[in-house]
Design a protein around this ligand. Structure first.
Ligand SMILES: [Zn+2]
Length: 93
């Protein structure tokens, strides 16, 4: 897929679990109201994959989900976003 074709495809951000043999990423789907779990590379080698995310076929169980047509792009939360999330979590405790 070219970067032009990726335009307009929604981006979901997720949490990567690297504890298993194969890393996985969990992304929240607002249409299915559940996490969709995808395999995730150990490292993103290309600049485009980091910048635009990885294109995946939707794991949607909700047949009405608009993601069904073109899938979605997945990006991992950045280190900065992880830090922000844990800072806010601490504020709530
Ligand atoms: Zn879904």
């Amino acid at each position: 897929m070219t970067t032009k074709e990726l335009k307009g495809i929604p981006v979901l951000k997720g949490f990567v679990d690297r504890s298993g043999r194969v890393p996985t990423i969990s992304v929240w789907c607002p249409f299915c109201k559940e996490f969709h779990i995808h395999g995730w590379p150990k490292s993103l080698e290309t600049f485009n994959a980091q910048k635009y995310g990885q294109h995946r076929v939707a794991h949607c169980t909700n047949q009405e989900s608009p993601f069904k047509n073109r899938g979605y792009l997945i990006k991992e939360f950045t280190k900065k976003e992880y830090a922000e999330i844990s800072r806010r979590k601490n504020e709530c405790q």
